[in-house]
Design a protein around this ligand. Structure first.
Ligand code: PLP
Length: 411
């Protein structure tokens, strides 16, 4: 709100007008069709009584580290799309993961049952925090459904954590088995759903307490933001919001706006990306230079049980747009030669962009982990991860075939 000229003050000099310019525009009768980017550090109220009211928790905004209208628009959108009571937006996916654990307020000695298959930085973060705060982490292969539910009952953990489809081996967690096991044991289930945006899976409908996304990936979708969102139980989101106000990890308004813009085309992009990924997985599964493809429902991952779980959890048939594969009898050099020979696929360390990208997890996303740890997770040195974009699938396949031939041929 600007302090407008009501005719009682003396005219301002140039420097004052210049310093305060842009604040006296008349409100327009038209409502913008695009959510405005409100780039303001702080918010004025009509008078001191109104300031007091807002600080007491009333409607309105005070300071950009606590809240912001553009960020709130993103948070409402995410809560609505996830079917969550509330949501918060952060400056990165890792900040959202850290916020989820902080909101649980786990004490020293707390036990966390975690999926064995997780994004490398998440494992690294969890283990450092566990050491610092005295948590115990029990890793379990969540693909083994009855065993996981049994562990949750037996271990009596303080929290359970997994990825809906894991990075990079796209292993499937059956939330319909895990959600009720956690609910019955009164244990919060926190899920990183980065690889399965809400147009394909809404983890809250399957018993999840808190859902995390790296919005850097599919929600943003264009490779131009670093952001994260946390959604779920209103009570925990309130705790997280109070902590975020002090931590200062809120996303900035422009990034929030870019993620909002990305959300508008999420379904269209993701459907195309999944269709492309399914075609590429089927192609690589029969390729003479490919040892094993990791994609839900394909090759060794095509057991009747996995197919039944997939069809139940993902009824639209979109099984994600990330896949991995191993080059047949790859020595140390072939994966790198394969990457270097790609002409269409990019080779950057991210996923979920419009553009298709390839990387070697052992060299990038899971580099921080020991070789022993990677091998426990099945991340062999020759594993290549693909994040499939919206390009023409024939062009993507032709480029993979060409790069595989170059890799096998040798230098
Ligand atoms: N979760 C998953 C599954 C990821 O792949 C990533 C990043 O690659 C993250 C979380 C972290 O997200 P950000 O890089 O936005 O912090």
């Amino acid at each position: 709100m600007s302090k407008s000229d009501d005719g009682t003050r003396p005219p301002w000099h140039f420097d004052t007008r210049s310093a305060r310019c842009g604040k006296d525009t008349e409100p327009s009768s038209g409502v913008p069709t695009s959510t405005p980017i409100v780039a303001s550090s702080a918010f004025e109220q009509a008078d001191s009584a109104a300031i007091d009211l807002v600080f007491e928790g009333g409607e309105g905004y005070t300071y950009g580290r606590y809240h912001n209208p553009t960020v709130a628009a993103l948070e409402h959108a995410v809560a609505d799309l996830e079917g969550a009571e509330a949501a918060l937006a952060y400056g990165s996916g890792m900040a959202a993961i850290a916020a989820a654990f902080r909101a649980l307020e786990l004490e020293a000695g707390a036990k966390i049952v975690c999926a064995r298959d997780l994004y490398g930085a998440t494992i690294y973060w969890l283990e450092r925090e566990a050491q610092r705060l005295g948590w115990e982490i029990v890793y379990v292969d969540f693909a083994d459904r009855p065993f996981t539910a049994q562990v949750v009952r037996k271990e009596e953990p303080s929290a359970v954590y997994c990825e809906t489809l894991s990075n990079p081996l796209v292993r499937l967690v059956d939330l319909d088995s895990l959600g009720p096991a956690c609910r019955d044991a009164h244990v919060p289930l926190v899920v990183d759903a980065t690889l399965t945006p809400p147009c394909c899976l809404r983890p809250i409908e399957h018993g999840t307490t808190l859902v995390v996304h790296s919005a850097t990936k599919y929600l943003g979708g264009h490779g131009d933001v670093i952001a994260g969102v946390l959604s779920g139980s209103g009570e925990l989101i309130d705790v997280a919001k109070a902590q975020r106000s002090l931590d200062g990890t809120i996303v900035d308004p422009f990034t929030a706006w870019l993620v909002l813009r990305g959300l508008k085309t999420l379904s269209l992009r993701f459907e195309r990306q999944c269709a492309n990924a399914a075609r590429i997985a089927a192609h690589l599964n029969t390729h003479h230079s490919v040892e094993q493809v990791h994609y839900p429902g394909v090759g060794r991952r095509g057991s009747p049980r996995e197919i039944a779980t997939l069809e139940r959890l993902y009824p639209h048939g979109n099984y994600g747009a990330v896949l991995s594969f191993e080059i047949t009898e790859a020595s140390a050099d072939e994966p790198a030669r394969f990457l270097d020979a790609l002409q269409l696929w990019g080779t950057a360390t991210t996923l979920g962009d419009l553009e298709s990208l390839a990387l070697i997890p052992a060299m990038t996303s899971h580099r921080e982990l020991s070789e022993e740890r990677r091998s426990y997770m099945g991340i062999v040195p020759g594993l290549v991860r693909l994040s499939v974009g919206i390009e023409d699938a024939d062009d993507l396949i032709a480029d993979l075939d060409h790069a595989l031939a170059e890799a096998i041929k040798g230098p």
